[in-house]
Design a protein around this ligand. Structure first.
Ligand SMILES: [Fe+2]
Length: 194
């Protein structure tokens, strides 16, 4: 299955789809980037912010669970155990930031599902070797990259757009490293976020 096809079926696509309807406000992205001062005094559609941030939290929980499953699979080589641990730590940090932002906005963060539920949704029973595990991770990372990129055009403040871009860059880095290790062709020019 091609990357493009996989993205179309990824739950992360939900984030991409919702982003076009529920715009992440400048204030929420400022909080996400740790710039509380920037958020102060700006109008915010709090309800919309919380809704889209909670979608992102759900997706980050999925990513954290996917790496937990990968690390528990016994299928990863030592170098990939190291990479998966680092990538999972990044997703935990993203989620901490998202959850902190939701709370600052007065919302209630969604809860993660059980590992068993994620394992079923991600069809991990079909993972038979290391490449299968890395392919799953690459699919989720590409989806995350495109999801974060999708909110940039809606931002009016260039500094806030930069923060969303930084998150996308981190996910793109994860994807690129996995893609390289899978010995797949480089991503086509300007394919991210297209
Ligand atoms: Fe990632």
């Amino acid at each position: 299955m091609s990357n493009e096809k996989l993205i179309q079926t990824s739950p992360r696509r939900l984030f991409l789809g919702n982003a076009s309807k529920v715009v992440l406000s400048a204030s929420a992205v400022a909080l996400l980037g740790g710039k509380d001062v920037l958020a102060a005094g700006k109008p915010a559609d709090v309800k919309s912010d919380i809704a889209i941030l909670n979608v992102a939290v759900g997706l980050e929980y999925e990513g954290i669970a996917a790496y937990a499953i990968a690390l528990q699979s016994g299928l990863l080589s030592p170098s990939h155990v190291k990479a998966a641990t680092k990538f999972q730590d990044d997703h935990k940090a993203h989620n901490d930031a998202l959850i902190g932002t939701i709370k600052k906005l007065g919302g209630t963060p969604v809860e993660g599902k059980s590992i068993a539920d994620y394992a079923k949704a991600l069809e991990v029973d079909k993972l038979k070797n290391e490449d299968d595990v890395l392919s799953l991770a690459a699919r989720l990372e590409l989806g995350a990259t495109n999801a974060y990129l999708s909110v940039i055009p809606a931002l009016k403040d260039s500094q806030l757009a930069k923060i969303a871009g930084r998150l996308a860059a981190e996910e793109a880095t994860h994807f690129a490293l996995l893609n390289f290790d899978l010995k797949r062709p480089f991503a086509p020019t300007m394919s991210f976020g297209a």
